[in-house]
Design a protein around this ligand. Structure first.
Ligand SMILES: [Zn+2]
Length: 256
């Protein structure tokens, strides 16, 4: 009797129906989590449809989640970095293929500096020299900067153009401001080149035109965040090139 039950159990576990049931449960868990994250992140329906229907999406997502947390961490007006967060691998910029827009010493995390150099070398090959005007900014530096903007423009306007300390992506050591730090940059050869090519080198525009309500910041054609090549491709493929959508989605996915 017991033997027959054991044999039946073995046959059941070996059968396809058992493993199909396990897979269906896992897929069900994935689908439920996906729907919850898409909804919480307010991802537009057209993008959601693409994400749901692409069989490559789960694999692409797993690859992003396995990477450096700080490449994908959401830093915005409601998700600040800790006051004491300072990257451990900050490197002074080398100015090999790009040049400095201001005289201060500038720093980035090592991997971002390497990616900047790679991009700048490619720009040079196309006859364009990229100018870096701002890079890593510490919490205390950002506090001073926000105070200066507030004195100059008043609090409401300062909120649109400057981040409060802890709420600036620059504190990640993964962000570069190019050129004039005005939207005239968008009309320059360098601005057009960076817009067209940044993703290939792992860089992503943080505050695009016409997404002010979403990001909370005015259009900043000069401000690029290094997210790595995998995440840059993920943002372009599944989130219409809008970094904020992807980072909020990942945040919502991971907290579930
Ligand atoms: Zn910036």
């Amino acid at each position: 009797m017991i033997r027959n039950v054991l044999i039946a159990l073995v046959l059941f576990f070996q059968s396809g129906s058992f493993w199909n049931a396990v897979m269906a449960q896992q897929t069900g868990g994935f689908t439920a989590r996906l729907e919850a994250a898409l909804k919480a992140a307010n991802i537009p329906g057209s993008l959601g449809t693409r994400i749901r229907n692409d069989p490559a999406f789960p694999g692409a997502l797993a690859k992003i989640l396995g990477g450096d947390l700080y490449l994908r961490i959401l830093v915005d007006k409601t998700h600040p970095l800790p006051e004491d967060y300072e990257p451990e691998d900050l490197a002074v910029l080398a100015y090999k293929s790009y040049r400095a827009g201001i005289a201060d010493t500038m720093m980035l995390r090592e991997k971002a500096e390497r990616a900047l150099e790679e991009m700048a070398a490619a720009a040079r090959a196309d006859g364009i020299v990229l100018t870096v005007s701002s890079a890593y900014r510490s919490y205390s530096y950002q506090a001073g900067s926000f105070d200066r903007w507030t004195r100059r423009l008043g609090l409401a306007e300062a909120e649109k153009v400057s981040a409060r300390p802890g709420k600036s992506q620059h504190q990640l050591g993964l962000v570069v401001d190019f050129g004039s730090i005005t939207n005239e940059f968008a009309e320059t050869r360098a601005g057009r080149w960076v817009k067209a090519n940044a993703g290939r080198f792992g860089w992503s525009l943080s505050y695009p035109r016409e997404y002010e309500a979403l990001t909370g910041y005015s259009w900043e054609s000069w401000h690029y965040r290094y997210v790595g090549k995998d995440l840059a491709a993920f943002i372009d493929t599944y989130f219409g090139g809008i970094q904020h959508y992807a980072l909020v989605f990942l945040y919502e996915w991971e907290r579930r």
